[in-house]
Design a protein around this ligand. Structure first.
Ligand code: LLP
Length: 415
């Protein structure tokens, strides 16, 4: 048994993980409403300034029930595709709440975004010109590349020299000319340096750079510092948390002083995704096969990378819990926890010391609420799992049905 973390949070309410997996089907994403509300509130209040708003980044988790909870906690929202737009609208977000932060989209999408969102951010001169044609005389926000990036893996560093994102400082004169040419008003600047920082210095330095750059643009209504707030994924090693109080106080002081100095009376945004939802999700799965091969113990589960892509895509670490049938103790062994996808890279946990896993065991993947279900796929034509919410009163509510074979067949036109 290895469940101290979820037990300490009473994560599953009155339910056992095995009963949830049985009732809703394995694998299943389970979310805890109380924890989600707590993390959302922490982000909603990170900067104490009248013009501040936290804009939740929908890409982390787009389930409308969770989005509604996040909205109730006072966050606004970022969307970046028509699909995300439809889901945030289904959750009750209105035009004033929505900031559309897109990249490399067509004219129809730019026009849709301008109609449905209060702010639209584009991230290249080419897209500024496209926006000018699609929405003549419109209001536009531009994503800048502050020149330095950060992130937990090269694939999620979104600023600096090796990224497709943003307009760089050297391009600003050309940006100004383009805005004039298309009669566009620059109403916002945003940036996002990368995903998952646990220390605030780089975020603060980038924020300072953005404020300094903003001084050239008197028409701004929004200055948006981006997301990236990290969570510790090693729950059983007590990795320190991001010190939000210190970071928030530094940001508050920075924006207040700057607003006072410049007379800016507009808004400041952040764009947190992971921090809000990651910890409120645990992915449950089942062990179906165990074997020893060339000196290694392979534990075969239904948690392939079609269900959770992060370990495969970024070598990301997620802590695992083991819920043995009668809660009995088991010897600790080094094990390879793998999925059911036909690829050798389908590894959830490599050389992991865990209680000896056996067929029929239920396991839990911690911190799976962000970039879990949203990055899942039907690869190998497997069904994406159900999502279940443990409400504040302990009820287990189905909030997304598990794919059916009809869902798999629906898009096809068999010619
Ligand atoms: N704003 C923009 C413009 C973004 O591109 C992102 C994330 C966010 C905000 C939110 O970042 P967060 O606060 O969640 O770090 N799939 C990767 C993360 C990719 C992040 C992409 N952009 C992962 O699973 O680690």
């Amino acid at each position: 048994m290895r469940s101290a973390y979820s037990t300490s949070l009473q994560f599953f309410g009155p339910h056992t993980p095995a009963s949830l997996a049985q009732r809703f089907g394995s694998p299943v994403y389970v979310y805890n409403e109380t924890l989600l509300r707590q993390r959302a509130r922490e982000m909603a209040g990170i900067i104490q300034h009248p013009g501040f708003r936290a804009s939740y980044s929908t890409k982390a988790n787009a389930n409308p029930t969770l989005l509604r909870i996040i909205r109730e906690e006072g966050l606004k929202v970022d969307a970046m595709s028509p699909g995300e737009l439809a889901l945030v609208q289904a959750a009750g977000f209105t035009k004033q709440d929505i900031c559309y932060v897109c990249n490399n989209v067509d004219a129809a999408e730019l026009a849709l975004a301008a109609k449905e969102a209060s702010y639209v951010s584009v991230d290249s001169l080419s897209q500024v010109a496209a926006f000018g044609k699609a929405v003549p005389g419109g209001r536009i926000m531009v994503r800048l590349n502050p020149g330095v990036g950060a992130g937990h893996h090269a694939k999620v560093v979104t600023a600096g020299k090796n990224t497709k994102f943003g307009v760089s400082a050297e391009e600003l004169p050309e940006l100004v000319a383009l805005l004039r040419q298309h009669n566009l008003t620059l109403v916002g600047l945003n940036q996002h340096v990368g995903s998952l920082f646990l220390e605030g210095q780089a975020y603060l330095a980038a924020a300072e750079w953005l404020l300094h750059t903003a001084e050239q643009f008197p028409t701004l209504e929004v200055i948006d510092f981006g997301g990236g707030f990290g969570i510790p994924y090693n729950k059983y090693e007590n990795t320190p948390r991001l010190d939000l109080a210190t970071l928030g106080a530094a940001l508050t002081a920075m924006v207040s002083n700057w607003a006072e100095k410049t007379g800016y009376a507009g808004q400041f945004f952040t764009e947190p995704g992971r921090y809000v939802v990651a910890e409120s999700g645990i992915l449950l799965g089942t062990v179906h096969a165990v074997k020893n091969s060339h000196g290694k113990r392979y534990v075969g589960t239904d948690l392939g990378f079609s269900i959770l892509a992060r370990p495969m895509m970024y070598d990301a670490f997620h802590d695992l819990e083991v819920y043995t049938p009668a809660g009995e103790a088991r010897p600790e062994l080094t094990q390879q926890v793998v999925g059911n996808i036909c690829e050798t890279g389908d590894v959830l946990a490599k050389d992991r010391m865990l209680p000896e896993l056996r067929e029929g065991d239920t396991i839990g993947v911690l911190d799976a609420g962000a970039y879990g279900i949203t990055m899942s796929s039907n690869y190998n034509q497997r069904l994406r799992p159900a999502e279940v919410l443990i409400t504040q009163t302990g009820e287990a509510k189905l909030i997304r049905h598990r794919d059916t074979l009809e869902d798999i067949l629906r898009p096809y036109q068999i010619a």
